[in-house]
Every structure is written in C-alpha cells, then in structure tokens.
Write a protein that binds this ligand. Structure first.
Ligand code: NAX
Length: 326
C-alpha cells in the first residue's frame, strides 16, 4: 500500500464540499490505491456542521480514508499538505460592489497563501475554486514566496465540461467524441470557449456548427451557465463543480488523456501574448505530476479579441487588489 497523502479542503462544510469530500475519500481523485488524510477547514461558526460531515465520512468506512482532521485554523489545515482545494470564499452580499468582493476575498486568500507557504509540502498542488477563482489564486500565490508559482491553479474545468456537453448535445454525439476543448482566460462571463481548436470525432468543431450558433448561442450559454443553474435550482452548481475539481486534480496528479488536453487556469509564462504572472486558463497537458501549456495553436482575429478582453478583466481584478499584494 502507498503512503497516505494529505488533502486539504477549505469551505469543507459548504455545498461543494459535501459533493467533493466523499469522492476524494473513495479514491476518485487520486486513484483507488492511494490512501488519503483529509484536512478540512471552515470558519468557526461552521465547526458543528463540519463535524457532521466528518461523522458521515466515518460512516462510509472508506478503505482509503486514514484520518479526517477538522479545523478553523489554516495552519492546521495546510500542515504538510500535498494537495489543497481552496473552495471556501466570501460570497457577494447585498449591496457589495465587485471591488468589495475582491477585497474581502483578498483578505482570506492572503492568509491562506501565507499558511500554505509556512506549512504545506513544498510540492503542494493548489486548486482554487472559490470565486473570483483566478484572482484568489493569484493572491494566494503572491503570498507564498517559498512555493513554486506553477503550483497555484484555478478551476475552469467546469466551464470546459459545460462546453463539451453543449457541443455533444448540439451535434447529437457522444461526449467522448468531443476533444481538444479550450476555455481561455477568466472563470467569469468573459471566458472564451474556443471551437476553432476543439474537435468532434476528430474534425474541427467550428466546421460542424453554424457561426451564428457559435457566437450567439454557444459562447453565452457556456459563459452564463452558472447563472442558469442558480435560476433553475435555486442554488449554485455543486455536484458538477465538485466533479470538475476532481477532474482537474486527478489529471494534474495522474496525467491527462493521451491525444487531448484540458483547460486549467495556470500561472501565465507569456504564452499566446498573455501577461506573465496572471492566472489565466490555457489548454494544458498533464504528465508526471506536472502541467504544460499547449503551444502553437492558431488564434484568428475573433479569438485574439476574446483573449484580450478576458486578459484585460484579469489585469483589472489584479489591479483592484494590488495594494493588498506583497
Ligand atoms: P457554500 O456557501 O455552500 O460554502 C462555502 C463554505 O466556505 C461555507 O461553509 C463557508 O463557511 C466557508 N468559508 C467561507 N469563508 C471561509 C474561510 N475564510 N475559510 C474557510 N472556509 C470558509 O458555497 P459553495 O456552493 O460550496 O461554493 C464555494 C465557492 O465556489 C464559491 O465561491 C463559489 O462562487 C465557487 N464556485 C466556483 C466555481 C468554479 O467553476 N470555479 C463553480 C461553482 C461555484 O460557484
């Protein structure tokens, strides 16, 4: 049996946490031969609820689950952690402006970045799910000078999966026929789901759909899918978000599928002209526990404009909190 690895999850008493923890404990994220220790963080008022989740985890008798630690202290949650899924975030309250939201989260993710820096494994893999995810990831990364910037990522895998599903349904194809999907940029309504580089049954996706559907139906549907779920369900995406987090971490740890790629918001190295240091979603291939941005994709003027718009938004988000960054 392998040595257990430590997996920290923040916001663990929340609805995504509830859909996520049981799958991590079952082996869906790191493999069915990898024992795990869960280190769960939430805020003090949520400790009773978190204990309830722990009781249910105990009651599953998962063979791979070696221990469950519940805490309201990030230094405890991130102690020696190998994986950190930062799900908890401050939601937008009544009357809160976008800038207030960015600042409230900057406070949370500065503390968590420092706690990761001081306590986590030097190779910790960090996935930020809590919104605004890309900028929260950037704030955590900037507060963790002793960790590698490339180990901080944010989640656009849910957008990626949503885009795949929209194309499969439009063309009445199995989901497995849709490959090479890319979400570029921010996990927000400026994200750009790209069908020029995506494939359906091996053929270029854009050649199989009408331009009007692509621009006026597909793109806004993917961008606004989160809002549509809230409208229909009366609550935001939880099981699909947890599923995307599992997929992101599993591929990063164990490798993405051959002859395909996945969308991950990662530390920009300047690829495709995107400003260095932003946490920007790119097409990525994962192997040997690492990711690399797929190079050499063609971007036409339409795509270039979309990339610029989402890059501009990310630079503005960063600038709005720059006074709080070290
Ligand atoms: P919930 O409100 O159900 O749960 C959030 C949990 O985080 C709560 O238990 C809360 O007490 C905890 N929390 C708040 N501040 C904390 C802190 N400083 N430290 C530790 N825990 C803290 O929200 P849920 O539906 O689970 O969503 C969590 C986050 O995911 C939200 O920010 C949401 O916007 C974001 N999402 C991101 C998605 C993505 O694709 N990147 C999609 C789904 C989701 O909307």
């Amino acid at each position: 049996m392998k040595q257990p690895v430590r997996v920290a999850v923040t916001g663990a008493a929340g609805q995504i946490g509830y859909a996520l923890l049981f799958r991590i404990a079952s082996g869906a994220m790191l493999g069915d031969d990898q024992p795990v220790i869960l280190q769960l963080l939430d805020i003090t008022p949520a400790m009773d609820a978190l204990q309830g989740v722990k009781m249910e985890l105990d009651d599953c008798a998962f063979p791979l689950l070696q221990d469950v630690i519940c805490t309201d202290d990030p230094n405890v949650a991130f102690k020696d952690t190998d994986y950190a899924l930062l799900v908890g975030a401050r939601p937008r309250g009544p009357g809160m402006e976008r800038k207030d939201l960015l600042e409230a989260n900057a406070a949370i993710f500065s503390v968590q970045g420092k706690a990761l820096n001081d306590n986590a494994s030097k190779d910790v893999k960090v996935l930020v799910v809590g919104n605004p995810a890309n900028t929260n990831s950037l704030i955590a990364q900037r507060n963790a000078p002793d960790l590698k910037p490339r180990n901080f990522t944010a989640m656009t895998r849910l957008d990626h999966n949503r885009a795949m599903s929209q194309v499969a349904q439009k063309l009445d194809k199995a989901i497995t026929e849709v490959t090479h999907m890319t979400i570029w940029g921010n996990h927000s309504s400026t994200q750009y789901p790209d069908l020029y580089n995506a494939k359906v049954s091996g053929a270029t996706a854009i050649d199989n759909v009408e331009q009007d559907w692509f621009e006026n139906d597909f793109i806004p549907t993917v961008q606004q899918r989160g809002a549509a779920i809230i409208k229909a369900r009366g609550a935001s995406s939880a099981a699909s978000a947890a599923n995307a987090a599992i997929g992101h971490m599993r591929d990063w740890a164990l490798g993405s599928n051959d002859n395909d790629w996945v969308s991950m918001a990662v530390y920009s190295d300047g690829s495709y002209g995107v400003e260095k240091g932003l946490i920007f979603s790119f097409p990525c291939v994962c192997k040997n526990g690492d990711w690399e941005i797929v190079q050499g994709l063609e971007l036409n003027d339409f795509s270039k404009d979309k990339l610029k718009a989402t890059e501009k938004e990310l630079a503005e988000e960063r600038d709005a909190v720059s006074h709080l960054l070290p």
